[in-house]
Design a binder for this molecule. Structure first.
Ligand code: NAD
Ligand code: G6P
Ligand code: MN
Length: 441
């Protein structure tokens, strides 16, 4: 079997060690000859990189490993770029969350004004990665899960329509892991699903077992009582704030009991509840900096100090194996059915053909072939029209440097009560994002 060369872009990410351990766990299905890392923060990447070098030497010495901040070095001789950058890192995420909250509006990484602000920072960073890939490894594919994926995907559609970039999100996977547990199935892959929406904004319309039996009634009964809370949970979303989100899915489900919702819909359908339950001084970014970031960097420091990864508490990011499924689908033409963020192009027949939607696709060596979803109900269509307009206006604002369009984008968000609140938030965000956003006229 061919052995692949992988570049992890955003090498300094808190997810990098878990993903490397996951790749090592999957070498039989997806052989690897080389892993490289790329980041624009040399110091942050070196802390993760030096630990990963030790870990790889001990567990898979045959794999070549290096890390670099130089595009040519990093992007040369690569088959797959796995991209998870966070432009502005956690201090900017903290502002994305706290600035809207100061104005009484949802403060969230990817939803509402915080997501728009993050999008305005991410577009340039992700486009740079694509340019590097196309210059130094023109045959490579990029598997991108850098957020905010909805806005990033729309930007790649507008600016890089012919590039080999696949945009993917792990939230439906995390929820499907929980669904399988609720149903007593061994794996989420025992379910045959139909899902549609935008990224962080979607619904399951059908879930069946492999024999074709309808699993929706049993799931709905559970979700109506407990949301997606169940005994075991998924490996990615374990903190208390995530548990609240899974429980709140009960109320989100009640608004449309014909489908099962993505957890992120709570920010759009219950923004008042979310704001009331937020701490303006201590948001999710603070939780992550005090939790995951301290843990991962602390463990990496220990590995380097002890010169061994024996006894490390770093663990395999099991749920990230969807990245291997996606790479395998491209490399080995497996034709696996996966949820990807792709141009609608008629798949949802009564929705904007140019919208980037999250829908099931059959993935093979030529890329994704989206499945037909058909017509969607008025409720979902109305919500999606509004949200996709936020995303498209944000990308237009970035391309044109337009203050007016970004104000319209924020005004359009269901999380924002009025154009005047939108303007006040926008002016604060512009100040906070100096040097990251294009200059708006
Ligand atoms: P992190 O801040 O720990 O890591 C991000 C890294 O990207 C940092 O080391 C930073 O220096 C680097 N970076 C920033 N701008 C860059 C640029 N222009 N070029 C190269 N490197 C750059 O963040 P994290 O919490 O580990 O998350 C990483 C990313 O993965 C985020 O975008 C997050 O939203 C995303 N994510 C997505 C999903 C999904 O479902 N799509 C799931 C989990 C995380
Ligand atoms: C889910 C989403 C990701 C998001 C992450 C945030 O997995 O699908 O897109 O980045 O949650 O998690 P965090 O632990 O950083 O708040
Ligand atoms: Mn996501």
């Amino acid at each position: 079997m061919k052995k692949f060369s992988i570049l992890i872009a955003g090498g300094g990410s808190t997810f990098t060690p878990g993903i490397i351990l996951m790749l090592l766990d999957n070498l039989e299905q997806f052989p690897i000859r080389q892993i490289k890392m790329y980041d624009n923060d040399a110091e942050r990447q070196a802390k993760i990189g030096d630990a990963c070098a030790i870990l790889l030497k001990e567990r898979a010495p045959e794999i070549e490993f290096s890390y670099s901040t130089k595009p040519e070095e990093a992007f040369t001789d690569i088959d797959f770029v796995m991209a998870h950058i966070r432009v502005g890192k956690y201090p900017m995420r903290e502002l994305d969350e706290k600035i809207p909250l100061k104005h009484g509006v949802v403060g969230q990484e990817t939803c509402g004004p915080g997501g728009v602000a993050y999008g305005m920072r991410s577009i340039g960073g992700v486009i740079d990665l694509i340019n590097h890939m196309e210059k130094y490894s023109p045959n490579a594919w990029m598997l991108n899960y850098s957020n905010p994926a909805a806005i990033v995907a729309e930007a790649t559609r507008r600016l890089k329509p012919n590039s080999k970039v696949l945009n993917i999100c792990d939230m439906p996977i995390g929820i499907e892991v929980r669904m399988a547990e609720i149903l007593g199935l061994n794996s989420r892959k025992d379910m045959d699903i139909m899902y549609y929406g935008l990224n962080h904004f979607g619904w399951w319309k059908s879930i069946k077992d492999k024999a074709g039996n309808d699993l929706m009634p049993a799931l709905k009964e559970h979700v109506a009582k407990y949301g997606y809370v169940e005994k075991k949970g998924d490996s990615q979303h374990t903190d208390a704030s995530w548990c609240d989100t899974f429980a709140k899915a009960k109320d989100v489900f009640a608004v449309d009991p014909t489908t099962l919702p993505n957890t992120y819909l709570k920010y759009y359908l219950f923004p008042d509840y979310v704001v009331e339950h937020s701490n303006k001084e201590y948001t999710r970014a603070n939780e992550v900096m005090d939790g995951r970031e301290k843990f991962v960097f602390g463990e990496c420091d220990k590995i380097v100090k002890n010169k061994t990864s024996n006894n490390t508490e770093l663990h395999i990011d099991e749920h990230a194996s969807y990245i291997v499924d996606l790479a395998r689908a491209i490399a080995f033409n497996t034709k696996e059915k996966m949820l990807l963020i792709v141009e609608n192009n008629g798949a949802i027949v009564n929705f904007d053909p140019t919208a980037m939607v999250e829908i099931p696709c059959i993935v093979g060596n030529a890329g994704p072939e989206p499945l037909v979803v058909g017509a969607i109900p008025q409720f979902q269509k109305g919500l999606m029209e509004q949200q996709v307009s936020v995303e498209k206006l944000t990308v237009e604002a970035w391309i044109e440097g337009s203050y007016q369009k970004l104000w319209q984008a924020l005004t359009m968000s269901k999380t924002v009560p009025s154009a005047s609140v939108a303007k006040a938030i926008l002016d604060d965000l512009i100040e906070a994002n100096k040097g990251y956003w294009p200059i708006l006229k």
